[in-house]
Design a protein around this ligand. Sequence first.
Ligand code: ATP
Length: 326
Amino acid sequence: MATIKCIGILTSGGDAPGMNAAIRAVTRSAISHGFSVKGIMRGYKGLITNEIIEFRSQSVSNIIQLGGTILKTARCQEFTTPEGRRLAYDNMRAAGIDALVVIGGDGSLTGASIFAQEFDVPIIGLPGTIDRDLGGTDHTIGYDTALNTIMESVDKLRDTASSHERLFFVEVMGHTAGYLALNSALASGAEAAIIPEMETEVDQLAELINHGFRKSKNSAIVIVAENPETGGATGLAERVKKEFPQYDARVTILGHLQRGGSPTSRDRILASRMGNAAVEAILDGQRNVMIGIENGKLTYVPFSKAIKHRKAIDRDVLELVKILSI
Ligand code: ATP
């Protein structure tokens, strides 16, 4: 393997709180091991348009507390084509970059895997996504902050739900995964979580709500994972209202605010440890793996496992939401 002297960093796909902490950790860890570092702007797009900048230790000063990503991020259609990736490779080599650290979600790591195989480029991935929809890791950078944001928002909604004696359907992100919905439901004491991994019939839901709403409670919160197939919270609320007009049902879509904000200590620590591990992986001769964390220990997860083998939903948690909502 050719000697690696320069590491390029990029953030890709949806932004996630903690990406900056990861950029900082990769940069400083790489510099402390004698590598030079280059920041690539706007994800894969910046490789194609040649937006590559020299990074020094000070380039990442005062960013650990910031949400978003100082490198910006983008979704780049051109990178999904062989011609686009060829251009990206040529620019990367011309900039003297020998290895890449890619911080992003499922799609970004799919792109990384294809690029690595096509051009024999060493790439280390970091799981940067609020969705937690990657295999081989218990956590992803940004997930904890998003979970806390949802919890705080639901706490506020509960005040109005209870004052007006309403039923609230709160839609949260998660792409096609229900982790955010399930765990935010548990954390915020919601009456139910509707997740794409489990089919929910309207009468099932009504029974669930009836369970508490009619008997002992005057309001209810149902957390619904986004789901284009069923229409998410809006679709569900419409179906419930049609069949059970007695409910005063409202919908709140939390949307992009779930991505923002200063990362929690948990996300900063995770990002710092993973960023350092990415550089150690390069020193270790690893390539084409994502840094994961399982039972508190950092691991190397082959891209193929990270992308395809998402962790199963914990049905006990779903059951617990139900038990605790009586
Ligand atoms: P999030 O989890 O926040 O949605 P993501 O990384 O999954 O983040 P995507 O939009 O799916 O976000 O992917 C980001 C970028 O990765 C795409 O815009 C594209 O440039 C690249 N990418 C995704 N899939 C592929 C693919 N099959 N081949 C090449 N590049 C890809």
